[in-house]
Design a protein. Structure first.
Length: 90
């Protein structure tokens, strides 16, 4: 299974560039846009770390104030469809 998470990272404005560099240096992390201390980031699972663990680690980057999960997508990698829903509709 693979996970892709979209996050909004709020930083101390004077440290935004350092935070961007730290996120870009992280395998699985990618910066897409930034303005006024806000950074739009996607984080994906890697062979060594789950996306959720990477998000938790980003909290430790100096200058990061908050991280908000705004999007989460997951899917099977082997092409096997997800199990059918057992919910009955009346």
């Amino acid at each position: 299974m693979t996970n892709i998470c979209g996050c909004l990272v709020h930083t101390m404005p004077e440290m935004t560039e350092q935070v961007i560099a730290a996120i870009d240096a992280t395998e699985g992390g990618e910066v897409h846009a930034h303005e006024d201390g806000r950074i739009v980031v996607t984080v994906e699972d890697t062979p060594d770390m789950r996306a959720s663990d990477q998000i938790m680690a980003m909290h430790q980057i100096p200058g990061v104030l908050t991280i908000t999960l705004t999007y989460h997508h997951f899917e099977e990698l082997d092409g096997t469809p997800a199990a059918p829903s057992t919910t009955q509709h009346h």
